[in-house]
Design a protein around this ligand. Structure first.
Ligand code: NAD
Length: 493
């Protein structure tokens, strides 16, 4: 990637957002909406404004989705596959611009945002292929009759997503419900609405009006969507507190099915036989600093290391972390961007202060200098962390690693489980029996053994305890956007 290419893209995106993006309902721009500002986290300056969907706009979006759904469903998988494949090609053609929109809107490095989009492009064709093989069952109750099940779409599905992977989340959220014959109204995060709004513009030329609508805005927009009586299914990615608010709002409006991908405080448990350098590389990789500055639900931010190799691991992680210096998200060679907002940067800084106040030792992580006045925070490594400290228990959602020392495995596993979250975990050892024992003991929805962070499309991703409800990235996710209808067909009377 050359400097010239990046500079051209930055210029292209600046001129694109010089006109604030439209909010399209039924393929037409909605006039007269209030506007909110979105900032460039690399500079802390305004990037552009975007429309905020009020309750009547959300209602119009849902009504357009209701109107479009029967014809969309009637296309069948082959018809939907053709249109979604065409959309995938259009997204592929626009991927550089979408990735730069995310880098400038959300602060994650441009190459990481491009990699995000490129890794989900296949889903425009693979999800329809999987859907075509995902049927109901015939149930052999009475051989003279036919007992079978059909998977029916809900109708309109609302998807509400977080800010850390904006275009990727929009694509990954829209496809499973669409493929199964639902229409979708998606609300991107208020900090990063631009790539989803652009995606809706791209889709306008390909999908029938009302099939995919993006309503930008904040909590009020999301709440109006959740409460809408015609929305029967909600898929949410975000914090635990918002997930709970969504469950409450959904329950107060009508009977809705809700799936939740929520936060994590994920543990990595390192056994004494694990190779120190490989572990150190994994501790850094597990934080997802390069893709989103540690603002990742799956980050392994608590690292329990056996006392025999603890000090060596701390030293090796410190050496690697010191090289991860934040920079402008769209500058050549940036290895980590700023955080999404000043408020979030201050929140992370507050946790660092709390860690020091409570007695942990900051091994790495100081002032960030020589950059524009954006929302930068250097990665921080804390040693001598005790289980009682806030940095060992609360989701920071930023570049802060807490190292804990263990000598008794069951105590370490109990500490790993002693948080309300249960999203991911990682075990590092070559001892298969120990690995399986620890894997089974971890109360999480996902476990890596001798790995971190990587997602494998096809493997169910999701949390237990307060980390969520439901599984994504797998066949179960497709099915979860349908309801089962049981049919008993009497073949005689
Ligand atoms: P958030 O909960 O503040 O916001 C998420 C989305 O919900 C945004 O679009 C926001 O506008 C919307 N929203 C806020 N209040 C709402 C309301 N009352 N009704 C409806 N919608 C509302 O989360 P965030 O700060 O954007 O993201 C960070 C959190 O998301 C972290 O906790 C992180 O762990 C979690 N997350 C989880 C996953 C996962 O796959 N499990 C992935 C990414 C992020």
């Amino acid at each position: 990637m050359s400097d010239g290419h990046i500079a051209d893209l930055v210029g292209e995106v600046r001129s694109l957002v010089a006109d604030p993006p439209p909010l399209l309902v039924g393929g037409e721009p909605v006039a007269g909406l209030a506007a909110a500002q979105t900032l460039d986290p690399s500079t802390g300056t305004p990037l552009t404004t975007f429309p905020v969907a009020d309750e009547s706009t959300v209602d119009a979006a849902v009504r357009a989705a209701v109107a479009a759904q029967p014809a969309w469903h009637a296309l069948g998988v082959p018809g939907r596959r053709e249109l979604l494949a065409a959309l995938g090609e259009a997204v592929r053609a626009q991927r550089h611009q979408l990735a730069m929109l995310d880098a400038m809107d959300g602060g994650n490095p441009y190459p990481a945002m491009l990699a995000d989009i490129e890794r989900c492009l296949h889903q425009f064709v693979t999800w329809p292929a999987v859907a075509g093989m995902t049927g109901g069952d015939t149930v052999p109750i009475d051989p003279r009759d036919l007992h079978f099940t059909e998977h029916q779409p809900y109708g309109v599905v609302a998807r509400i997503v977080a800010y850390n992977h904006p275009a990727y989340f929009a694509i990954k959220a829209m496809l499973p419900p669409l493929v199964m014959g639902n229409t979708v109204v998606l609300k991107p995060a208020d900090q990063t609405p631009l790539s989803a709004l652009r995606l809706a513009e791209i889709a306008r030329d390909i999908l029938p009006p009302g099939v995919f609508t993006v309503v930008s805005g904040g909590a009020a927009t999301g709440s109006a969507l959740v409460r809408h009586p015609a929305v029967r299914r909600i898929g949410f990615t975000g914090s635990v507190s918002t997930g709970l608010a969504i469950q409450r709002a959904a329950a107060e409006s009508s009977v809705k099915h809700v799936s939740l991908e929520l936060g994590g405080k994920n543990a990595m448990i390192v056994f004494p036989d694990a190779p120190v350098e490989a572990v150190a590389a994994a501790v850094v990789a597990g934080m997802n600093l390069d893709s989103c500055g540690g603002q990742s639900c799956g980050s392994t931010s608590r690292v329990f290391v056996h006392e025999r190799i603890h000090d060596e691991v701390v030293e090796a992680v410190a050496a690697r972390l010191a090289r991860v210096v934040p920079g402008v998200a769209y500058a050549e060679g940036t290895v980590m961007g700023p955080l999404v907002s000043a408020a979030h940067r201050d929140r992370v800084a507050g946790y660092v202060e709390a860690g020091e106040r409570e007695g942990a030792r900051r091994v790495v992580g100081g002032e960030v200098t020589g950059l524009p006045p954006g929302f930068y925070h250097a990665p921080v490594l804390f040693d001598r962390v005790e289980q009682s400290m806030r940095i060992a228990n609360e989701e920071i959602f930023g570049p802060v690693i807490a190292m804990l020392r263990w000598s008794d495995l069951d105590t370490a596993l109990a500490q790993a489980n002693a948080v309300p979250y249960g999203l991911t975990g990682a075990i590092w050892t070559n001892d298969l029996a120990q690995a399986m024992y620890a894997t089974r003991a971890l109360h999480t929805g996902y476990v890596w053994v001798n790995d971190v962070s990587r997602h494998y499309w096809g493997m169910p991703f999701g949390g237990v305890k307060d980390s969520g409800l439901g599984r994504e990235e797998c066949v179960d996710e497709l099915r979860s956007y349908t309801e089962v209808k049981a049919v008993n067909l009497r073949t005689r009377w």
